[in-house]
Design a protein around this ligand. Structure first.
Ligand code: ADP
Length: 451
């Protein structure tokens, strides 16, 4: 049990977590950098402590500063949010070693899922379908590498075991490019992730990104909370997400969902997590597990009626899950548009002062944001300033509500990608549903060519 939670994050997610804590009667300690001093959400916290300069390395990524703040404030638990230290095994360990509860899985689970070769191995053991490819890390031997690629069939993708954020990957189309690609990727992996280990997979040409949210307690209970489709991406960054993933056979989904829960039991997973899959021609292929709360969790909340952050706090307090799989019913459809302070065509971030901030509202419309009129978007962090989430009985209704919400959302002072989202909601391929992960970039380049 704990009564005081330190929130080691900033922006909309810090406010989201703060609200969930207060609803459970928990006190909050908000840490902030000098770059976020004066942010409105800090005033709602029971305590707010400055932990360093604006640069993330000296504040939100500074483990010692955060642990010191926890000690000074008497916090008994740390919620890492997403990004920053949320998937840092050493941080999870340090929090536990300090006698505090880490609101997330233990260090061993984070470490295992952070090593993609080990993660894939665990998934195979649990019967979670994976992208075809050899088990384990790629050997050094040239003939073995060539043999593995020939067996999978070209194109193949070479990926770093320690990779993340869409970096450390290379697609290989033919045998004559293979060895060169392996050595370049290995060198990149060594430099970027400090781990030269690589693995090889079949390269899927037109997959969708479909993911499954799980929730597990410390008593061996686990549930999965339906699917999300996050195929609309630019440079591997999600732009718009929805739940459920449209047009997927419910029986096939239920089978994969149960396998994800089985995998959680196998690795002793506790807390919330997401299994990410590529989905192509009716088949699921595991790519990675995110061992934290995700930006897009609200679309699952809207379709299941379950407060994921509340559940996350409850299981961290040691409560057994009150939910059983049979209780999880998804209703209707939800969409989320990530609103960024950036130029809508060039995507260059546009920090600065927000002079007008008119939010949409109404039935089935939710806006998660820390921004208020007069807020100054700092240049040091991610440019996301709001998430507009709509829910409807059908996908059509969720889209209609989103179109109205986006039309009524007015921001001045900084540019935003609102115009981009308004256009996506008019795109016939998107509105038909089930576009692949390359759709948005194809659509953007054809739009550019048409201009
Ligand atoms: P990261 O942790 O860097 O996000 P992932 O393994 O999740 O790495 O892969 C990131 C993205 O790379 C995927 O969303 C997909 O777009 C692409 N990708 C990864 N593996 C494959 C594959 N086997 N076939 C096709 N695309 C892939």
């Amino acid at each position: 049990m704990f009564e005081r939670v330190l929130i080691a994050n900033r922006g909309e997610i810090a406010l989201r977590i703060q609200r969930a804590c207060h609803q459970l009667g928990l006190k909050t300690v908000m840490v902030y950098s000098q770059g976020d001093a004066g942010a409105a959400y800090l005033a709602h916290a029971d305590q707010a402590l400055c932990i360093g300069p604006a640069a993330p390395g000296q504040s939100y990524l500074d483990r010692n500063a955060i642990l010191y703040a926890a000690q000074a404030s008497g916090a008994q638990a740390v919620h890492p949010g997403y990004g920053f230290l949320s998937e840092n095994a050493a941080f999870s360990q340090a929090v536990s070693d300090a006698g505090l509860a880490f609101i997330g899985p233990n260090a061993a689970c984070i470490r295992r899922m952070g090593d993609k070769v080990a993660a894939k191995q665990a998934m195979r053991e649990a019967g979670v379908p994976c992208v075809p490819g050899p088990q384990g890390a790629l050997p050094e031997d040239r003939e073995l590498i060539e043999g593995a690629a020939a067996e999978i069939g070209y194109p193949v993708i070479i990926k770093a075991a320690g990779g993340g954020g869409g970096r450390g990957m290379r697609v290989v189309h033919s045998a004559d490019e293979l060895l060169q690609a392996v050595s370049v990727t290995r060198e990149e992996a060594r430099r970027a992730f400090g781990n030269p280990e690589l693995y090889m997979e079949k390269f899927l040409g037109h997959p969708r990104h479909v993911e499954i949210q799980v929730l597990c307690d410390s008593h061996g209970n686990g549930v999965w909370l339906g699917s999300r489709d996050c195929s609309l991406q630019r440079r591997h960054q999600k732009v718009l997400e929805e739940a459920p993933a449209p047009g997927i056979d419910p029986a096939a989904l239920a089978k994969v969902g149960q396998r994800c829960v089985d995998a959680c039991h196998l690795i002793g997973y506790q807390g919330v997590g997401t299994f990410e899959f590529l989905y192509e021609d009716g088949e699921f292929y595991f790519i990675e597990m995110n061992t934290r709360l995700q930006v897009e969790h609200p679309v699952t909340e809207m379709t299941t009626g379950i407060d994921i952050v509340e559940q996350q706090l409850r299981v961290a307090m040691g409560e057994p899950l009150a939910l059983r799989q049979a209780d999880i019913l998804t209703q209707g459809h939800a969409l989320e548009c990530r609103i960024n302070a950036e130029h809508p065509a060039t995507f260059i971030p546009t920090p600065g002062s927000v002079t007008r901030w008119d939010l949409p509202g109404g039935l089935g419309v939710r806006v998660d944001t820390h921004v208020v009129a007069g807020y100054k978007v700092p240049p040091y962090y991610d440019s996301m300033i709001a998430k507009v989430i709509t829910h409807g009985a059908t996908r059509e209704q969720a889209m209609a509500r989103m179109r109205t919400a986006l039309a009524q959302f007015h921001v001045e002072g900084v540019s935003t990608n609102l115009p981009l989202h308004r256009q996506i909601l008019q795109d016939p391929a998107f509105t038909a549903g089930a576009v692949d992960i390359h759709h948005l970039e194809r659509w953007l380049s054809s739009r550019q060519a048409g201009n």
